[in-house]
Write a protein that binds this ligand. Structure first.
Ligand code: SF4
Ligand code: SF4
Length: 213
């Protein structure tokens, strides 16, 4: 009889992948429904962000409020996400931020961010380039700047039941990490950030040495 033991793990992995791929959509939809049940105002987030963006205040103050608003959004999503403590696969993917946010983080952690950073808006290239590469602030499996981490990290969740699709052993084009659609947040963030600095790119470009200068 022909041996079937040469690739048993790979076969199991593929079957598990197909099973998880089929299940992830309904799991994420249920998680999103629970977010809305617990946070009836969640769908008005865009209005609140527009209100902040149009306030009669300096760009700096409006941008700071937009950054802080990320924690309000995160607090609504977090209880319903599959993210677990000490889960750090998402610290091995590209983390995009603006020069304006890099300056704020830099001031908070005492590290001068690089300037003249530009990815020319090519998020796809950044995602591909940094896939699997640890963030310079990742230390012993945890974030060394947790209280000051970028909003891209604060708002990155998986609405799956765990981090199965977050693993970098699954190629980005085959991965499905469901998150809440936060396009309106990023649009308003981008509009204000672009008026403060032309820089934008991956966290590794702004802070190549992490906390060490
Ligand atoms: S800043 Fe912190 S949370 Fe964000 S990717 Fe880096 S180590 Fe992870
Ligand atoms: S997004 Fe994925 S890797 Fe990151 S904390 Fe959530 S489950 Fe873990």
């Amino acid at each position: 009889m022909e041996s079937t033991t040469d690739q048993p793990v790979q076969l199991h992995g593929k079957m598990e992948y197909l099973h998880r791929k089929k299940a992830v959509g309904p799991i994420a939809e249920r998680a999103f429904s629970r977010i809305l049940e617990d946070n009836p105002d969640f769908l008005t987030i865009e209005d609140k962000l527009l209100q902040i963006a149009n306030e009669n205040a300096s760009l700096k103050s409006r941008f700071a409020r937009i950054l802080r608003f990320a924690d309000v959004i995160a607090a609504a999503i977090s209880p319903h996400a599959g993210c677990k403590h000490a889960c750090s696969s998402c610290c091995h993917i590209s983390v995009g931020l603006s020069g304006a946010e890099a300056q704020i983080i830099g001031r908070a952690i005492g590290v001068e961010p690089a300037t003249n950073v530009s990815s020319h808006g090519d998020r796809e290239a950044l995602v591909k380039h940094y896939f699997g590469e640890p963030c310079p602030f990742l230390s012993n499996g945890g974030c060394s700047i947790y209280d000051h981490r970028p909003v891209a990290c604060r708002l990155h969740f998986s609405l799956d039941r765990d981090g199965y699709f977050c693993r970098t052993s699954i190629a980005p084009e085959e991965s499905i990490v469901p998150n809440v659609n936060l396009e309106s947040y990023w649009m308003i963030y981008g509009l204000i950030a672009a008026q403060m600095s032309r820089d934008e790119g991956d966290i590794r470009l702004f802070f190549p040495q992490g906390r060490q200068c």
